[in-house]
Design a binder for this molecule. Structure first.
Ligand SMILES: Nc1ncnc2c1ncn2[C@@H]1O[C@H](COP(=O)(O)OP(=O)(O)OP(=O)(O)O)[C@@H](O)[C@H]1O
Ligand SMILES: O=P(O)(O)OC[C@H]1O[C@](O)(CO)[C@@H](O)[C@@H]1O
Ligand SMILES: [Mg+2]
Length: 613
């Protein structure tokens, strides 16, 4: 029976006064640059007024390094890389040596994380204060000195270079032809007063159209989730290429052979994208469309035959989940794949997949260039994990969240109906906690959300288990949502990898289930633990409405991108606009949840959970 929490469900056990822990003082001073993360007022109050334990209100987080405040979820991971690079540089003796090491933002010693993948050591002045870690702002192509009045212009020039879309005309001298894509092509054009036909269809995107990647002007790097290029948080426009059909194209549709391949794990919406690619190709006039079975493997595994595709064949595939073409991991040998592309005379390759697939697509694109093949390789970002840089979301994510919150709801109902019920749900997300965070937010039924980006302890005074005790005493039941990649440092690593080389994670869900059961047994408190691991259920389903729309647009734009002559690009949504990005810009690291983002703070406000360390 399904029941709404307040009305139909049996009441939970009577609440008892909250379990109180002795208040502890939290002083963040004396930690180098980390202390600057808090305002002076916050720091004072943190040092002088210990807040009561288990307060449901959002408390200032402890020991968060300063620089993540400069970054959003897209770029948070870059800071980890910079920290690692900087720390290793330091240990190799190239860095100024005074500990402690925190990434820090000041006028003359700057780390800013946005869009910069190379960290270089800068000069450290001798100061009395412990020196912060010094990382000079660099980008992949240009070093910026913010004292130079023209730094913005340099930044923008560098940006435009990086986000310039690779195209087949970079290696081929080709003349475009007028597009065959017009939604008016089957109608008789209306004439003006002289009877001259007027083509009023204005559905083409100009190649100079750009969308802004970011729209917020942050007044300070300390603003929640701030993304700043320089320490003053100046406004700099970061523009990317708008996606859509162009008036001129670089292929003769009748001569084109187009192929579609789906790689990696399953994801809701794969079929919707396949279907739209086929529809759009046919609208251009392409007749030779094939599907490559079972991911990149289909290019070289004997016995796997390409599948001819047509509108008729794919008409209804979106009604089911999975991939009509099949998926696989591993086995990507770029040169063999390109041999196969060459042998099959493929002109356009549409690649649907996550970060690994994108890396593969880019390698294929590069190899085609090297061999001077006129092939457009266009990717469409697919992953329930939502862990690809720069884009608002990847297709499949919304649906996975929707399915995940069904599991949370079941855990809630089980926990709410049991005496001292504890519902525990583990959700997917190989390297990031987006599904867990969003499903916790959307369900509104989670008391504790644990993600890999935010470390936690299970045992001890400030551990999760003590908080569960508190919840049982105060609420009578509780629900915990843990991301599969969370708390890996608490578990033994197997060191195993899957066929694509992805690390196989240890099972935090089972570990927590056992720890919770043992803990309550040890302290002699009854606890009824119900563990739900919905695993493949969150991704083996058909796309929901919002993903279906996203897939439709991304699939269509992928085809427009190929006909416009682009290659090595991905078709995605940024800042609510549909755009093309060079693949190289989205695959450097997985996108992760920024613990200083408003979204994570909202999640904490919703769950009411404290710090667990
Ligand atoms: N760096 C790389 N270069 C070339 N090919 C790669 C690379 N990384 C992964 N691949 C190939 O891409 C395909 C998919 O990779 P992977 O299994 O990691 O899934 P994914 O695309 O990241 O999607 P998911 O989100 O499901 O993990 C595999 O066939 C793999 O061999
Ligand atoms: O299909 P497999 O190999 O079990 O992969 C599971 C992984 O794939 C994903 O669903 C997508 O990357 C992850 O959330 C999960 O860790
Ligand atoms: Mg991946």
């Amino acid at each position: 029976m399904c029941c709404s929490p307040a009305s139909l469900c049996p009441p939970g056990p009577t609440t008892t006064p909250p379990l109180r822990r002795p208040p502890r003082a939290r002083c963040v001073e004396g930690r180098g640059a980390a202390s600057e993360y808090h305002s002076a007022a916050t720091t004072r109050s943190l040092c002088s007024t210990p807040f009561p334990h288990r307060s449901p209100v959002l408390r200032p987080r402890r020991r968060i390094p300063a620089s993540p405040s400069l970054l959003d979820d897209n770029h948070f991971e870059l800071v980890h890389i910079l920290i690692k690079m900087a720390v290793s540089l330091k240990s190799s003796g190239s860095f100024c040596s005074t500990p402690p090491q925190w990434l820090h933002s000041t006028r003359d010693r700057i780390l800013y994380g946005y869009s910069h993948s190379n960290a270089k050591e800068c000069t450290c002045k001798k100061t009395k204060r412990p020196a912060p870690l010094c990382v000079k702002a660099t980008s992949t192509k240009v070093e910026l000195d913010f004292n130079d009045p023209s730094w913005k212009q340099k930044f923008q020039e560098d940006w435009d270079k990086r986000f310039n879309l690779p195209r087949i005309t970079d290696i081929y001298d080709l003349k475009p032809r007028p597009t065959t894509f017009s939604l008016k092509k089957n109608r008789s054009p209306a004439g003006d007063e002289n009877g001259t036909p007027m083509d009023k269809w204005n559905g083409y995107v100009n190649s100079d159209d750009r969308a802004l990647l970011k729209v917020i002007k942050y007044s300070s790097p300390k603003s929640a989730g701030a993304e700043c290029i320089d320490p003053d948080c100046s406004w700099v426009e970061q523009r990317v290429h708008r996606a859509g059909p162009r008036k001129e194209i670089y292929y003769e549709p009748e001569e084109v052979k187009a192929a579609i391949v789906t790689c990696g794990g399953l994801c809701p919406g794969l079929n919707d994208v396949i279907r739209q690619i086929v529809f759009t190709l046919e609208t251009y006039g392409v007749k030779n469309i094939v599907g490559i079975p079972f991911g990149y493997r289909g290019f070289f595994e004997k016995g796997l035959k390409e599948m001819p595709l047509s509108r008729h064949l794919v008409e209804n595939i979106n009604l089911a989940g999975g991939s009509f073409l099949g998926v696989s991991r591993g086995g990507a040998k770029t040169s063999e794949i390109v041999d196969s592309i060459q042998a099959r005379r493929i002109d356009m390759l549409f690649v649907l997949g996550g970060n690994g697939t994108h890396a593969g697509a880019n390698a294929i694109h590069e190899e085609c260039r090297k061999r001077k093949l006129k092939v457009s390789v266009v990717a469409v970002p697919k992953t329930i994990d939502n862990d690809i840089l720069l884009m608002d979301k990847t297709f499949g994510f919304d649906t996975a969240v929707e399915e995940a919150q069904r599991a949370i709801n079941s855990a809630y109902i089980e926990a709410r109906s049991a005496y001292h019920g504890i519902g525990l749900v583990k959700l997917m997300g190989r390297s990031s906690g987006f599904i867990a965070m969003h499903a916790s937010l959307s369900s509104g039924q989670v008391d504790v959300c644990l993600i890999p980006e935010v470390p936690f302890t299970l045992d001890g005074e400030y551990g999760v288990l003590r908080h569960l005790e508190h919840l049982l005493k105060t609420k009578g039941f509780c629900v915990v949502c843990v991301a599969e990649a969370a708390g890996q440092e608490l578990l033994q690593k197997s060191g195993a990898t899957d066929a694509s080389g992805n690390v196989i994670l240890s099972d935090i869900g089972v570990h927590m289930q056992q720890k919770i059961k043992m803990h309550f047994k040890d302290i002699g408190v009854p606890a009824d633990v119900k563990y739900i691991d919905p695993t493949y259920m969150v991704r083996a389903c058909r796309a929901n409405a919002s993903d279906a729309i996203l897939c439709t647009v991304l699939g269509q734009n992928a085809v427009h991108g190929a006909f416009a002559g682009f290659s090595g690009i991905t078709s995605c949504i940024c800042n609510t606009h549909y755009v093309y990005l060079p693949i190289t810009e989205v695959i450097t690291v997985p996108k992760r949840v920024n613990p200083n983002s408003r979204m994570w703070h909202r999640c904490l406000t919703s769950t009411g959970q404290p710090d667990f360390h």
